[in-house]
Design a protein around this ligand. Structure first.
Ligand code: GLC
Length: 729
């Protein structure tokens, strides 16, 4: 009897909340989102509310004979699905079940990992960080948002802003490197690119800052392991990118897999509620990572799935991804008083708010557009090519580049004709056939002036040397050897940790074999992490890091080799001399004995430092000039430096501005990036770069409780090897 009466009671209540024309308030787009949320929440039963807090998966394969089964298996009122397909029909059928076959018709939120492109795959985020061009990164995220939304995905689980200093960890590919400021700036650019100013538009998606927080400190670079992070390090290194993205309006945050100092991220109320919601005022919602709620059992933090559901929800995770813990145990937890309906209401309200803001109630279905209007448009490909150009880093050049006057080019190596691996990890709906190979890029660039001679030489790994002899022959008949090496796409990304950063021995042996041919050797590298290149470097006359450039990698790479493109990428993550140096990063705290304590067997410095990257231009830096030497905390001041391009080649230069605080109550890193600017400096011309310093923003530090502190004293402002001192009174 109670069950029958309840919907009746709820219905009576609904009629009283409808507008005067009988349309429920939540169905009136002219009403405010908060009014609509409040009205809808009032109408919902507890079961309907709990369904909104769950995310299932759909579309792992869309062969027609199991579409019906997939639709049948997913409850109509489910809050969200991870939509693995780009099949609009399936998506609309699932949405129709929610909108037309449930009591309140609440649309489903379709999410997916659109990490560096939806179908037009562009460079991996680690490469994007090396472009130092946040505007261009934001432009590509807008391209990805359009392709995703027009294909039925409303929400991307991106940007990943986990500061990473251990390249053994495969997920370094997904972030913007070792620096908090770079991750913050690129993360904000991505959020704005995805979300734009109005989520209601049909070409925007909600973004998701992940993985909150400290996932990049996974022990030994092995995925899913625990992390021990001091609260000082958490506040000055791992939290800043998230704070920046929350301030930029990121709609959602994803909780991480890692245990943080004994309390897993997915059950850590200090980060999920006290900081994210109470201190930063985040009004969106937190989604757990895949099975991360259930994994609290494996992490020794919950006896069973029910306790896991309780711990995650009460800590501040609103949506449960994939493992069905919330749906399974919330009725019991409510009956036992372990969770409150008020808390459930707050969680559901956060999810409904996003659905209203996305316009899903008014436009629940995705139009079926022809592919040519939706994906891989010429404009999208061209934008991807520009970002690939700007993210490639010329690591070494003894003068052989740009090539000139070569008639025969040997193109050798396992990456030379690859397409698939150029897409990298998290390639979303990217397809190998969409990608231009390096060889094809070379053909386009040099086809009219030189002959290309190809040999695979070897595979990415293994011990088959049978291709060496042909590779030798091809090299001996050529003027120059391009050796295309690197990593398979699967060697980086999630669950892709590697114990060494060196490439497999077979690739090194091929390089040694070719170096013995006595021809200029140019190594082109496509990989998803910093590598140990210390044995390759002496063999090469030039080395070009192209990362995993996506669909348009061949032409940018060839353009750099020919000189049509002046390389402007600069490393956002340090390249060590040896895996044994890891973790190695530029912004470490000072040593007690800077000149001692080094490894006995190798040079202490990295092979290529943060910010390294060569250009065909030659930039000469002037001296730093500051408006003031005596400063006060309430006044901005500007520091300037001139950069002159003394070459005859126009080129883009990125000026990195660092701050040092040589003496502080809490020791500071030897230097910290606080500003950067990339600008074209034409041949023979001088540009003045400036950094306007806001003391409270740029000179302050945070303590272990996240309190900003600014201490009087000396500060150094640095660019390259120059620095000047200012004194804060
Ligand atoms: C994965 C990843 C996360 C991704 C999610 C959904 O395990 O950790 O980055 O967004 O699951 O695919």
């Amino acid at each position: 009897m109670k069950r029958i009466l309840l919907p009746l009671f709820v219905t009576v209540l609904c009629v009283s909340c409808a507008g005067d024309e009988g349309i429920p308030v939540y169905r009136q787009p002219e009403r405010s989102v908060d009014e609509r949320v409040e009205d809808l929440l009032r109408r919902m039963t507890f079961e309907e509310k709990v369904l909104q807090l769950n995310q299932y998966i759909v579309g792992l394969n869309t062969n027609v004979n199991n579409i019906g089964k997939q639709i049948e298996e997913v409850p109509g009122g489910i809050g969200s699905v991870i939509y693995f397909s780009d099949n609009v029909t399936l998506r609309n059928e699932l949405q129709r079940k929610a909108v037309e076959q449930t009591r309140l018709g609440i649309p489903v939120l379709f999410g997916f990992d659109v990490i560096h492109g939806f179908r037009t795959i562009y460079p991996i985020p680690l490469a994007q960080g090396c472009s130092w061009n946040p505007a261009l990164v934001g432009e590509l995220c807008a391209v990805a948002a359009r392709e995703a939304r027009l294909s039925g995905t409303d929400w991307t689980f991106s940007p990943m802003i986990d500061v990473s200093r251990d390249a053994r960890w495969g997920r370094v590919a997904e972030c913007y490197g070792e620096d908090p400021y770079c991750n913050a700036v690129m993360g904000v650019a991505s959020v704005r690119g995805y979300q734009g100013d109005d989520l209601y538009l049909t070409d925007r998606v909600a973004a998701c800052a992940k993985h909150y927080v400290g996932y990049g400190m996974s022990q030994g670079g092995r995925d899913y392991t625990a992390t021990d992070i001091s609260m000082q390090l958490m506040w000055d290194t791992y939290l800043p990118p998230y704070k920046a993205c929350v301030e930029a309006g990121v709609e959602t945050v994803m909780s991480a897999f890692n245990d943080i100092n004994g309390v897993p991220a997915t059950a850590n109320s200090y980060f999920l509620t006290e900081i994210l919601k109470q201190r930063w005022g985040h009004r969106g919602f937190v989604v757990s990572d895949w099975n991360a709620v259930e994994q609290l059992v494996a992490q020794g933090h919950a006896r069973d799935r029910k306790e896991a559901a309780w711990r995650a929800f009460t800590a501040g995770v609103e949506m449960d991804m994939k493992d069905d813990c919330y749906r399974s145990f919330f009725p019991e937890l409510l009956a036992e008083g372990k969770i409150s309906e008020k808390a459930v209401d707050d969680a559901v309200a956060r999810i409904l708010r996003l659905k209203f803001r996305l316009g899903l109630f008014e436009r629940p279905y995705t139009d079926s557009l022809p592919e040519t209007e939706r994906i891989l448009t010429p404009e999208a490909r061209q934008a991807a090519e520009r970002l690939a150009e700007e993210s490639m880093v010329l690591l070494k050049n003894n003068g052989i580049l740009p090539l000139s006057g070569v008639r025969d080019i040997a193109v050798i190596g396992p990456m030379a004709r690859e397409r698939y691996h150029l897409l990298g990890s998290w390639r979303c709906h990217g397809r190998a056939e969409d990608a231009q190979s390096l060889y094809e890029g070379l053909q386009q660039e040099f086809g009219g002036s030189a002959s290309l001679h190809y040999a695979a030489g070897c595979d990415f790994d293994g011990a088959d040397r049978s291709g060496f002899s042909l590779a030798r022959r091809v090299a001996l008949q050529s003027d120059v050897v391009l050796l295309c090496l690197g990593e398979r796409a699967e060697w980086s990304g999630e669950n892709a940790s590697r114990s060494t950063l060196a490439l497999p021995a077979i690739q090194q042996e091929l390089a040694e074999e070719l170096a013995r041919c006595g021809k200029p050797l140019i190594v082109v590298l496509s990989n998803g992490r910093p590598l140990d290149l210390s044995r390759l470097e002496p063999l090469a006359d030039a080395m070009l890091e192209i990362w995993q450039p996506g669909v348009s990698g061949g032409s940018p790479m060839a353009g750099i080799l020919s000189g049509r493109v002046n390389p402007s990428g600069r490393l956002c993550m340090t390249f060590p001399r040896s895996t044994g140096q890891v973790p190695i990063f530029y912004n470490s705290r000072p040593s007690a004995r800077p000149d001692q304590g080094h490894y006995q067997d190798i040079d202490e410095s990295p092979l290529y430092e943060f910010g390294h990257g060569l250009s065909y231009s030659h930039f000469v830096y002037g001296e730093l000039e500051s408006e003031a030497e005596e400063i006060t905390s309430d006044k901005l001041f500007t520091v300037k430096i001139s950069v002159t391009n003394v070459s005859d080649v126009d080129g883009y230069e990125t000026v990195h501005w660092f701050v040092s605080d040589p003496c502080c109550s809490i020791t500071r890193p030897v230097k910290e990036l606080k500003h950067f600017e990339k600008r074209l400096v034409r041949a023979g011309e001088t540009e003045t770069f400036a950094f306007t310093i806001v003391p409270a923003r740029d000179l302050a530090y945070v303590d272990a409780a996240g309190n900003p502190l600014l201490e009087a004293g000396e500060f150094r402002i640095g660019v390259k090897d120059r620095s000047l001192c200012v004194h804060l009174k």
